[in-house]
Write a protein that binds this ligand. Structure first.
Ligand code: DAK
Length: 276
């Protein structure tokens, strides 16, 4: 792979979009490699993914404008499908995906972060949907996912004005869950860079997810995602089914058994990854 790095540490997999010279912009090859990487994740061992961009400056500065500038209508459609397919694969991926947003998350960069389950960012992060300034609408789900995350009014303001927002504003409107700063000592010197602090926070959150019962985590993701697409009566039925599916699994037996036995040590043990 030229543009994707993938490493596994315990039950946490980290995917890094590694095209730093172009601020990790998404060209066809990046999208293809990301798709292949997701297909290759070993779901028997990995319980949570982190998606980030190489370097300190940019998570993903959008779709590759150079590549897009010469596309015909048919090629534009094919490029859009490639992006939409991989974004949807991330969104519906069986295990949670945390976007660790280091710097620019513009256009397709903001959109790919919104395909992830959770976003945390460094304090230099910048989010935006600048597409209307380029003569296009947000095309990788931006009009849909942004409105669902921050409400129609705020999404419309961001998209119509093409104005970027900084990390703290993204936090205020609910686009990100947490903003991470560099660590500084008493003399004001940076001891841990914002990127390193961000990755430490993402890994801590991922490890916390990975130690929970994996079937229950997967079913919770599916229940939330699928339930949001339908009305409450149907959503409750989806929840009931996925709740029921947890029973008779080793996860459920071990999880409840540990509690009833008051065995705190066991309670914290990772239950086996079976019946998934
Ligand atoms: N594409 C290609 N190259 C990019 C890029 C991008 N989006 N963003 C940055 N780069 C490249 C720059 O060209 C430059 O390359 P060199 O000149 O060094 O070769 C290098 O990265 C460094 O960028 P700058 O020199 O511009 O760095 P600055 O610090 O001055 O500025 C910036 C950073 C992020 C503010 C600036 O680079 C910038 O404004 N970038 C563009 C951001 C943007 O507009 N992003 C949205 C792209 S539109 C579709 C679905 C979805 C989409 C399209 C179609 N279909 C369904 C069909 C999605 C569209 C988008 O994402």
């Amino acid at each position: 792979m030229d543009y994707i790095l993938y490493e596994v540490n315990g039950a946490v997999g980290t995917i890094t979009i590694n095209r730093e010279k172009a601020l990790n912009a998404l060209n066809s090859q990046v999208l293809e490699e990301l798709n292949a990487t997701l297909d290759a994740v070993d779901l028997n061992t990995v319980r949570c993914l982190i998606l980030t961009g190489a370097g300190e400056k940019s998570f993903v500065a959008g779709a590759d404008i150079g590549e897009m500038s010469t596309l015909t209508k048919a090629e534009g459609e094919a490029f859009g499908k490639k992006g939409n397919d991989v974004f949807r694969k991330l969104e519906t991926f069986p295990i949670p995906v945390i976007a660790a947003v280091n710097g620019f998350a513009l256009g397709g960069g903001c959109e790919i972060s919104m395909s992830c389950d959770i976003r945390i960012c460094s304090d230099n992060a910048v989010f935006g949907q600048p597409e209307v300034g380029l003569g296009i609408t947000p095309g990788f789900g931006g009009t849909q996912r942004l409105a669902r995350l921050v409400g129609a009014g705020m999404a419309k303001q961001m998209i119509y004005t093409a104005r970027n927002i900084k990390a703290q504003e993204a936090y205020r409107i609910g686009l990100v869950n947490q903003v991470i700063s560099a660590e500084v000592n008493e003399a004001g010197e940076v001891t841990v860079s914002a990127k390193d602090a961000l990755m430490a926070a993402a890994n801590k959150m991922a490890a916390g997810i990975a130690m929970q019962a994996p079937i229950a985590v997967r079913n919770s993701k599916k229940a939330i995602n699928d339930g949001l697409q339908v009305d409450m009566d149907q959503a409750i039925v989806i929840e009931e089914k996925l709740f029921g599916d947890c029973f008779e699994t080793e996860d459920q037996k071990a999880g409840m058994g540990n509690f009833l036995e008051k065995d705190k040590e066991k309670k914290l043990k990772v239950v086996p990854f079976k019946n998934c």
